[in-house]
Each structure stands twice: as C-alpha cells, then as structure tokens.
Ligand binder design. Sequence first.
Ligand code: HEC
Length: 84
Amino acid sequence: MGMIILALFLFSYISSATPEGRLLFENHCIRCHAEGSKKPLSLLRKKYRGNPSGVVDLAKRCPWGRGLSDMEIKVIADWLTREE
Ligand code: HEC
C-alpha cells in the first residue's frame, strides 16, 4: 500500500512539477546545450517553438539521438517546443 502511494506521488510529481521532457533534456542534452554554448536551450526553444517534428527530424543529425528511444525523443521534442 505504501508503495502504491509513493508511486502515485512520484508520478504526479514528475508529470507536473518536473515534466519528463525536461528531465530527459537535463540528462541527455544539457551538457552540449547549456546557456553559454553555441546552441543554448533558450535558442532552441525560440527556433523550434510549435515545431516538435522539426526536433524529431534533427535526432538524425545532432549526435543526441543515439541511445534514446523514439518515445523519449518525442517527449523531449514536445517539451522543448511547447509554449511556456
Ligand atoms: C554531444 C553534444 C550534444 C548533445 C549531447 C546534444 N546535442 Fe544537440 N547539437 C549539438 C551540436 C554540436 C549541434 C549543432 C549541429 C549543427 O549546427 O549542425 C546541435 C544541434 C541541435 C539542434 C538544432 C539547432 C539548430 O540550430 O537548429 C537541436 C534542436 C538539438 N541539437 C537538440 C538536442 C537535444 C533535444 C538533445 C538531447 C536529446 C541534444 N541536442 C543533445 C550537440 C549536442
């Protein structure tokens, strides 16, 4: 029972306070796309706003797609291109 509550808590925490896309971005992308880099997150957000498929296509060019599933790429792309 305790585990179920914990799982529910974690799930709502991840899906609201910390979107999964952001977690994935921090784990897989930020080391090359931090502020101060050539293509910081703020620039990517501006350039790709409302265009998640543009980011998905890039998974093939940018070295980042390796090791990520299609699902993870889509989650990141949706988060990255969403209006904030
Ligand atoms: C190993 C370093 C590295 C990692 C990790 C990385 N990138 Fe990149 N990314 C680059 C470089 C270098 C470019 C520039 C490529 C170019 O201009 O042709 C780039 C370009 C991009 C672009 C296109 C920028 C433009 O000008 O249109 C996007 C979008 C992008 N990355 C997203 C991501 C995402 C999302 C992740 C994480 C899943 C990620 N990158 C992880 C190095 C990285």
